[in-house]
Design a protein around this ligand. Structure first.
Ligand code: SAM
Length: 207
């Protein structure tokens, strides 16, 4: 495990539900949550501290397992950081095989759109840290944001939208739809969920 590099990044990981769900499914992958938020509402813990404590508790409960065994929770961690600023400083070229944007902040007002987690500029940075064949997962309950992310990814020369049959075979898809705290909240309120997954292509691969 010590010689491995992070391969999955959950950008804006919130309370860490995705990290916890993916950990036993991918015991041989290192998965990092990146979270900027200082406070969890109604809680004195920093968001990062909250997720840290959650992971530590799971590790302690499963201390009988080997570090690389499914359910040991040794392969997940969280960092407090502005992922929009520091992604390319943090990962090397082609290091990641999956990036997750789950229920990102919608920034509804037009003048705030540039603060959205998917923009043309940021897509170039995500393409840099993702390897060819790597996947970006975008899930939101906001139709306008979904259409925005699809438009920008469709326009980008290094991304191809994955077909429904590909999503049906992907074990991450049920997790990204159901396992985050925001996803559960949307479910409780019978809200819509929109998903779009894109594969990072090799240079020149898109027609
Ligand atoms: N993905 C989680 C989920 O589905 O439950 C949390 C969704 S929440 C609506 C969006 C999260 O993104 C918030 O926790 C917010 O603090 C975080 N966030 C926003 N901008 C960020 C940035 N630049 N870097 C890291 N995290 C960010």
């Amino acid at each position: 495990m010590a010689d491995k590099k992070v391969e999955f990044a959950d950008i804006g990981c919130g309370y860490g539900g995705l990290l916890v769900a993916l950990s036993p499914i991918f015991p041989d992958k290192l998965i990092l949550g990146m979270e900027i938020r200082v406070k969890v509402e109604g809680n004195n813990l920093l968001s990062k501290e909250y997720v840290d404590k959650r992971i530590t508790a799971l590790r302690n409960q499963n201390a009988d397992k080997k570090p690389d065994e499914s359910g040991s929770y040794q392969n997940i961690s969280v960092m407090r950081m502005n992922a929009m600023r520091y992604c390319p400083n943090f990962f090397e070229k082609g290091q990641l095989s999956k990036i997750f944007f789950l229920f990102p902040d919608p920034h509804f007002k037009k003048r705030k759109h540039k603060a959205r987690i998917v923009t043309s500029t940021l897509l170039a940075e995500y393409a840099y840290v993702l390897r060819p064949g790597g996947i970006v997962y975008c899930v939101t309950d906001v139709r306008d944001l979904h259409e925005w992310m699809v438009k920008h990814l469709d326009e980008h020369p290094l991304f191809r939208r994955r077909a429904q049959e590909e999503l049906d075979r992907d074990p991450c898809v049920p997790c990204v739809l159901q396992e985050t705290e925001e996803g559960k909240k949307v479910e409780r309120n019978s809200g819509d969920k929109f998903i779009a997954c894109y594969e990072r292509l090799a240079e020149g691969e898109k027609g």
